[in-house]
Design a protein around this ligand. Sequence first.
Ligand SMILES: [Zn+2]
Length: 374
Amino acid sequence: MSEYVCSLCDRKYPVTEFRYKCDCSGVLELKKQVSFPLREIAKRKPTIWRYLEAIPIEKKENIVSFDEGMTPLIDFFYKGLNLKAKLDYIFPTGSYKDRGASVLISKLKEIGVKRIIEDSSGNAGAAIAGYSAKAKIKCEIYCPQSTSKGKLSQIQLYGAKIKKIPGTRADTSNAVLKDAEKFYYASHNWNPFFLEGTKTAAFEIAEQLDWKSPDNIICPIGFGSIYLGLYLGFKELLENKIIERLPKLLGVQSSVCSPVYKAFINKDDNIQKFIQEKQTIAEGICSEKPIRDKLILKAINQTSGAITSVSDTEIKNGIKILAKQGLFVEPTSAVVIPAVDKFYKQNIINPEQTTILILTGSGLKTTEKLVKIF
Ligand SMILES: [Zn+2]
């Protein structure tokens, strides 16, 4: 059995409780037992659920899944480096967020949640709405009033209700927190079960490399759901002696909203709020202050990781470089290409090492933005 543990005051709660945070407002983490029966795993279907003993769901019949996962890991040719691209945009709703949504919605089904609210107008909202449709859980997504119709259509087609909130993204967060007292807040940022899903990316990469850890992994970082998922996943593999070391986790932010990068270069013990004054095409990583800030800093530190930031001009170039090799991704994913240049220049990665690039979201999500690039 797993239980929630508060990251601030250490208070524990059973996971059967309908809660998303501690009474002290601290972020909850999960305490649980995991194992990796490799021979059994090898016989199972190639989905995220092949790592069943490492995902804290009690009963198999509660699993909400489209048989997602085991996304391809392919060679990527760029500047003579040893790069591999993890095609994590190949998921039922078009982004890696399905890993988290599958596990979170399964857990909510298991504890009997019938109706949820969530705030996101992007990939997480679509993933939560899609999996709620499969689980027959009523779902309402809070979005800023200014959100474009195109972005909302996927969420609405899944049958989720949209609640438009006037004002900024922060006003939307405040509105959902107020209603979180009445309905279950299935937050992909607050609820630790979401990371229990995103961590399966680490298991797949290790298995695809014959149960070895790569040297480096480069991924976008906003609230940190893929960065932290990779950290938790590789840490569990290390603790269970499946791999011998952690990969270096290298995160990429947009220069218009880069609180993690700022804390990294200033060697701060805290991530300070970063006021975003301009827009960026990398809309999926605009978090002014990540909720799990301490854990992100711990992950950077424990993996000898690093953070960089990139401009929209660099991202646009990245989109073209990826597309020339047949990889059609959204701008938020393309940040990894200019990041390769920067980390290579700083000697953080080198041609002798294996470096994985996580491609997080499909280009089909953002066609209206991509047409403006050319
Ligand atoms: Zn607490």
